[in-house]
Design a binder for this molecule. Structure first.
Ligand code: PEP
Ligand code: MN
Length: 278
């Protein structure tokens, strides 16, 4: 692998691991950071009742999508701009750092003003105009690996944002499409260790989209932490069976406290600590 292709992101050139900080929340390398919240913003009530439980679990970062990349054009497409306001209000009300997906260059400025952390979804990892636009803002950016991307291509996506001027990048590994039909995506147990030998950027994991099924999220979360992830991004909903997207994989938000406790066992075993709200 030619590390000059991602020279700004490479650990070879920057042996000190990067900390990405926002409003008292730190990603890498010491603490494990947790992000949780529903797949989609559906209503003020849905967001707030989910937020109450996520807050009780001590989690500091609340996620929810206003812009939705849906495979089926007839499926719920998200609340758009109005959703960003709902998320921003929940952030203020519950004192959360907020996180959401941007799908298009036109979303970046608007979202950067209302939401703290912006995310590039798997389907947009190679949307180079979007990546360049994210280089112009100061918000931390979470980049997910593409459904069939190599780790070098993943690091190339981060490099676009770094090169365009934003150093606050967090990589999020969410698994790959393979021929195995029993899980939604295959989560390579070596992906995070490999990334951490190549880059100084924090690397978190999304066990929810990889697992695709609620009962598989915790085992995969444990594995991700054991393999060196600097954090987790997990979907949680107050009432998953009626969720407008990803209802099979979202955890019940009332179970988040227990989830955190379960993950903490592995975190301790690998000599790390989850950064929770006191
Ligand atoms: C998400 O996190 O809401 C999402 C759409 O995930 P991915 O881009 O990994 O499919
Ligand atoms: Mn989802």
């Amino acid at each position: 692998m030619n590390q000059d292709n991602f020279k700004l992101g490479s650990l070879l050139n920057h042996p000190k691991r990067t900390q990405v900080k926002i409003k008292g929340v730190t990603f890498g390398p010491k603490y494990i950071q947790l992000i949780a919240g529903p797949c989609s913003i559906e209503s003020k009530e849905q967001l707030e009742s989910t937020a109450v439980e996520v807050k009780k679990a001590g989690i500091k970062v609340f996620r929810a999508c206003a812009f939705k990349p849906r495979t089926n054009p007839y499926a719920f497409q998200g609340f758009g701009e109005k959703g960003l306001d709902l998320l921003a209000n929940v952030g203020k009300k519950f004192d959360f750092v907020t996180e959401t997906e941007v799908m298009d260059t036109r979303h970046v400025k608007l979202a950067s003003e209302k939401v703290d952390i912006l995310r590039v979804g798997a389907r947009n990892m190679q949307n180079y105009d979007l990546l360049k636009e994210l280089g112009k803002v100061e918000n931390p950016v979470i980049i997910k690996n593409g459904l069939a991307a190599t780790l070098e291509e993943f690091l190339g996506a981060a490099e676009y944002v770094l090169q365009a001027g934003n150093p606050n990048i967090i990589l999020c590994y969410r698994g790959l499409r393979t021929f195995e039909p029993t899980v939604r995506y295959n989560f390579d147990a070596l992906a995070i260790p490999v990334l951490k030998t190549l880059t100084h950027l924090p690397v978190i994991a999304d066990p929810s989209h990889a697992a695709g099924k609620r009962e598989l999220v915790l085992p995969l979360a444990r594995a991700a932490i054991a393999s060196g992830a600097d954090g987790l991004l997990v979907e949680a909903h107050v009432n998953p069976p009626v969720a407008l997207s990803d209802k099979d994989q979202q955890l019940y938000s009332k179970d988040m406290k227990e989830f955190v406790k379960d993950v903490e066992v592995v975190t301790k075993a690998v000599g790390r600590k989850i950064e929770l709200k006191k």
